[in-house]
Design a binder for this molecule. Sequence first.
Ligand code: IVH
Length: 690
Amino acid sequence: MAVPPDAAQRAQQLRDALDQHNHAYYVLDAPRVPDAEYDRLFAELQALERDYPDLLSADSPTQRVGGAPLPALQPVTHAVPMLSIYTETDKSAQGALAFDARVRKVLDVPADAPPIDYAAELKFDGLAINLRYEAGVLVQAATRGDGQTGEDVTHNVRTIGQIPLRLRGAAPAVIEVRGEIYMRRDAFEQLNARQRESGGKTFVNPRNTAAGAIRQLDPAIAAQRPLSFFAYGLGETQGWTLPATHAQVLDALAGFGFPVCEHRVVVSGPQGLIDFHARIEAQRAALPYDIDGVVYKVNALAQQRTLGFVSREPRWAVAHKYPAQEEMTRLLDIEIQVGRTGALTPVARLEAVFVGGVTVTNATLHNEDEVRRKDVRIGDWVIVRRAGDVIPEVVAAVAERRDGSEREFAMPTRCPVCGSHAARGEDEAVARCTGGLFCPAQRKQALIHFASRKALDIEGLGDKLIEQLVDNAIVKTPVDLYRLGVLGLASLERMAEKSAANVVAAINKSRETTLQRFIYALGIRNVGESTARDLARHFGSLDALMAADAEALLAVPDVGPVVAKCIVEFLAEPHNCEVIEQLRASGVHWPEHAPKREVDGPLTGKTFVITGTLPTLSRDEAKAMVEAAGGKVSGSVSKKTDYLVAGEAAGSKLDKAQQLGISIVDEAGLRTLIVGSESRGDEVNQGAVE
Ligand code: IVH
């Protein structure tokens, strides 16, 4: 079908707009439009391209994930070889000085000449890639391979949002952009968390995961791995006047739409390099991605040309590495740690190893399935990873190093701390101790939680003190707190009589609390502060809550089956109920109100969500109005929502409601819904409680 000119024009407009939004979102990290607007433009372009297939072009934003899996990756000969970097092994100051001395010698700079300018940047721990653009359009992406020949991975690279399919601004006839494809640590952690949840195998580190994704034959798989990119250099160029310095090259690449790392500087002489090395090392853990060192490059391209290459390394660049984030050590034993909620976590006890800048002796193994999947055995040599502030982790066993003396790990069926039965829910990854408040391991944590600020808020009763009280068997459950005397407390090590008196006073004060705080303080799994508030509001009294079955709990806004199950299980445990009764008997109290009865009104059976700023009503007033008329108000839009009350500056909830086809009303519309049946007004008021 011939393409009408207005369709072609609209398609071009849409592509430009989507490219802009893409750049703002992925590269500048400053989205300019809501996701829904992007989706609308995207859908419109897809529809146009479907109606007029002649409109399709490879650089269209709709073409990032497309095409069938390839039978094999094809070799690509690099127009300009992809070199490696000489790694300076000397410790920081010496290494930088040696590099500077070599550069000055080859450039034949006299000792009293001004210092050389260097560009210093990060050495990203990912995989090198060459991106070839012809007339501004991405035509080929290739891995480094052996430096001469790499592999064509264009299909996967196209799925990376940070890599432009088309350059911004005036494009050279040919430009090859080189850089690193990597995976952010948070993306890697999330990916592994998803893998664990779905029972899949976890990935070892971000670099391997990124490299694995890029070498997939099916682009759909790469598209699911959140990859990022930093540009750091050039390959072949044609029809482009090279800038004078490396720093200007990077600026130009940023101008073409590539992400360029912000941690780059131009320094004068070797001292600047030494300072950069130290500064980045201090920041390393806080960076959102892995680096394995820094790279120093002679800044002036003319000097780079003079320096040239020796074998396969440029003489104008060196890398300076930091201590590794992965090391090998012996797994001495696997012990079980019991968490506050009773979760049993296998923890690896390791022969001390220096990794990621600290000495590590423990590392998490997450759960039983994870130990199985990784086939980690006691006595194994294992790879331990510690990157950034992430907890050290055993990522793999080195099976080749086994000598047969290794033992397989078996998850205990009883809690190692209290001997209670350990249970594992049907589709849960973790086993839990069922001992609740009975289990000393959970006891400490339960007490810490009980006394915490959002719970009973007992000032001065901190983690250390609780630990002492539990270790000395003075306190076993929260009830014991209310029996504590000043003398008993003061007998503890490092506890003055004055502070003991303060703690006792704070405990006494905590007797007067609120139902919300009390419910939260119980430490029921999945019952956080806001669920505790909803429960307190809905039931009004603890007895009403304790009498509730799962169905009754589901009537509480935002309580779903999982939370309901946790509450029912907690309250089915006689020991827990005993503690609750004893707490009440010790004088812990709160104001109660009658349960909110179902109100029979014009909105009975309808669920509302309120969003944005309404012209006259506050959010709470609108909520009260809906509830007084028998309706329910929920915090999030779902298929169960009947109406969305939208005010000014309504955001994602409005988008979602529109997607789900939910009726949307404004404040006036809400009033009409309520007073539409004026005659029932009295009834509505009667039904309302408080
Ligand atoms: S420049 C001729 N800059 O390090 C110099 N490389 O052996 C070419 N790398 O795998 C490389 N960060 O992918 C350069 N800022 C950076 C880098 C960097 C990481 C990697 C590169 C290659 C290796 C070089």
